[in-house]
Design a protein around this ligand. Structure first.
Ligand code: B12
Length: 228
């Protein structure tokens, strides 16, 4: 029974079904419980919330990631699945805190100064949360000064910067420069992403890593963590 419900949560994330009103990608599922109802039911039955995160949500998003890479799923599909994970995490968060599940690390995310594109950054936040990281989202159009202040205050392990405009990419370099000036550059690993950026650009501006998409973001963070 227990395994059943985790499997159902997993399948419903893959289907992008938030609740019982959703049809699912394959259709015809209206009326069946969706991720929100199933997660609540699992908690009501006394299931360990960690199991839901690790075997339900994380496993599901790995499959969604595979489908995305195989071009079987497109951005709206990935977004729908990621949003179900976000909703599940909102329900699970207080229970996880109580169950003593320690986050794998703290990631601070921001879309840089002058840039209002936050859809991709929001997906990265959700996927990182789903992968077990504590995520602090500073929002969009965040200046280097604001980022430096928050890094100083909250000491994240990672800082993720997003830019979608060729004109705002330079704010990433400015941010890294400001971190260095504030004596914080060696206190936080900086990763960047967003359509106009690249691994070469990351190296050029002195970032520690580049992620092509949200799943890559998790891979890069994990790799940097292993390196220490
Ligand atoms: C939606 C959108 C908007 C929306 C943004 C809404 C929002 N809340 O985000 C609005 C309408 C506000 C908008 C405005 C503008 N936009 Co616009 N916009 C887009 C559009 C259509 C989609 C972007 C998007 O959300 N993609 C989907 C997400 C999921 O992908 P993503 O952001 O790349 O994120 C993924 C990866 O890049 C990565 N990632 C992202 N961030 C990070 C961070 C880290 C750390 C890591 C590891 C990974 C990572 O993971 C994400 C998930 O997999 C693109 C065109 C396109 N097809 O891409 C244009 C586009 C980005 N916009 C463009 C332009 C020019 C503008 C405007 C200047 C238009 C104008 N003249 O007013 C303004 C600028 C406003 C501003 N100051 O930011 C251009 C940019 C050209 C350029 N190279 O500079 C594009 C490419 C359109 C075009 N072909 O001309 N836009």
């Amino acid at each position: 029974m227990t395994d059943d419900i985790v499997e159902q949560i997993k399948q419903n994330v893959i289907q992008g079904r938030m609740d019982e009103e959703d049809e699912g990608f394959e259709g015809g599922m209206v009326g069946q419980p969706g991720v929100k109802e199933l997660v609540q039911q699992a908690l009501d039955e006394g299931m360990d919330p960690r199991l839901i995160v690790i075997e339900g949500l994380t496993e599901a998003m790995k499959i969604v990631g595979g489908k995305f890479e195989a071009k079987d799923y497109f951005i709206p599909d990935m977004l729908a699945s990621a949003e179900t994970v976000g909703a599940a995490m909102d329900i699970l968060a207080p229970h996880l805190a109580r169950s003593g599940m320690t986050p794998k690390g703290k990631v601070m995310m921001a879309t840089v100064k002058g840039d209002l594109h936050d859809i991709g950054k929001n997906i990265v936040c959700i996927i990182l949360k789903g992968a077990g990281y504590e995520v602090k989202d500073l929002g969009a159009d965040v200046t280097p000064e604001q980022i430096v202040a928050r890094v100083r205050e909250e000491r994240p392990d990672f800082l993720g910067l997003s830019a979608l405009l060729t004109t705002t990419m330079r704010a990433m370099k400015e941010t890294i420069h400001s971190l260095a000036e504030a004596g914080l550059r060696d206190k936080v690993k900086v990763i960047i992403g967003g359509a106009p950026t690249s691994a070469e650009f990351a190296t050029e501006i002195g970032a520690d890593g580049y992620g092509e998409d949200a799943f890559d973001a998790v891979r890069v963070v994990e790799q940097l963590q292993q390196k220490g």
